[in-house]
Design a binder for this molecule. Structure first.
Ligand code: HEC
Length: 283
């Protein structure tokens, strides 16, 4: 997939933001991020350094790789951009849009549980702000303008999730109502939220940053999972989600996080398949 130029990406983001605001008709608050230089001029404090275990570079059975980044606590930046009350909207989510079409939607409530930082450089300024993304078979991927990292040292539950909530190339942040209409449509039947709520959350967390469900999700590889899931048998589905490299060597589709216990990865794959097969395909 070609990467849009920086300028084009921004215009696209602005258009998408307006589109989202118009189409939902609900109060969503979208903010294009200032450049790191502009942000530093606006922030009341100096950038800090944050050490994390870099999930794109750390693998099961190998010593974890630490990295030192420079940036701000996400709290401070979000407070500046969205106003001091953003944290109180616990029913909402923050949507991070990236230059390459990746979209990460993260429950606001998660920012109260764990410490996140929005970084724009490595602490050692002589090193380039890039990462090898082995899960996606990509090398020297630019992380800028912004990368969301989590304080995962001493937090095994975060380490187990791998890079699931670590969007990079972030250009825009939107505070919005969690959108259940696309993921839990009325046509799923009565009690859908109870029956399939957890499944929809899993899809959101692990798949919809790149893929879509009935038009909702990311643009990195915008295939409709509600269609595709019905075409794959259980075995192919599991192989594809757990070991996509076995299915298609060199693919840029990442496996479900390998640091999760095997049984849990199997269970997530099975839940996703059941849910996506049940989900009606909407026009
Ligand atoms: C980082 C982006 C990304 C994420 C996250 C992601 N995928 Fe993919 N996926 C891709 C790409 C890219 C392809 C195309 C791969 C190729 O053809 O090499 C793909 C292809 C697929 C396919 C098509 C396989 C076929 O029939 O050819 C399915 C099914 C799929 N993904 C399901 C999922 C599911 C389910 C999840 C969540 C558990 C997920 N993907 C998460 C990027 C992603």
């Amino acid at each position: 997939m070609t990467r849009p130029s920086f300028k084009f990406g921004r215009q696209l983001c602005a258009l998408i933001a307006v589109g989202v605001l118009l189409s939902l008709g609900m109060p969503a608050q979208a903010e294009l991020l200032p450049t790191p230089a502009d942000l530093q001029a606006r922030m009341p404090v100096k950038p800090q350094e944050f050490t994390v275990i870099e999930p794109h570079l750390s693998f099961k059975g190998e010593p974890p790789v630490r990295r030192l980044y420079r940036g701000y606590s996400a709290d401070q930046v979000l407070g500046l951009l969205l106003g001091p009350d953003w944290r109180k909207r616990s029913q909402q989510e923050l949507e991070f849009r990236a230059l390459d079409g990746y979209v990460s939607r993260i429950p606001v409530e998660r920012f109260a549980r764990y410490k996140a930082s929005l970084v724009f450089a490595l602490a050692d300024a002589s090193q380039s702000f890039t990462v090898d993304n082995k899960g996606q078979n990509e090398k020297n991927v630019p992380l800028g303008p912004y990368y969301l990292v989590w304080d995962n040292i001493g937090a095994p539950e975060l380490l187990a999730e791998g890079a699931s909530y670590w969007p990079y190339q972030i250009t825009q942040i939107t505070l919005r109502q969690a959108d259940s209409a696309a993921l839990l449509p009325a046509s799923l039947g009565e009690g859908a939220a109870q029956r399939w709520g957890e499944h929809a959350q899993l899809a959101q967390k692990y798949c919809l940053s790149c893929h879509q469900i009935n038009g909702f999700g990311g643009d990195k590889m915008p295939l409709n999972l509600a269609v595709r899931a019905k075409l794959l048998d259980d075995r192919s589905w599991h192989v594809w989600l757990l070991t996509p490299q076995a299915f298609k060597p060199g693919t840029s589709m990442p496996p479900l996080p390998e640091a999760l216990p095997h049984a849990e990865r199997e269970a997530i794959a099975a839940k996703l398949h059941a849910y996506l097969k049940a989900l009606p395909v909407l026009p």
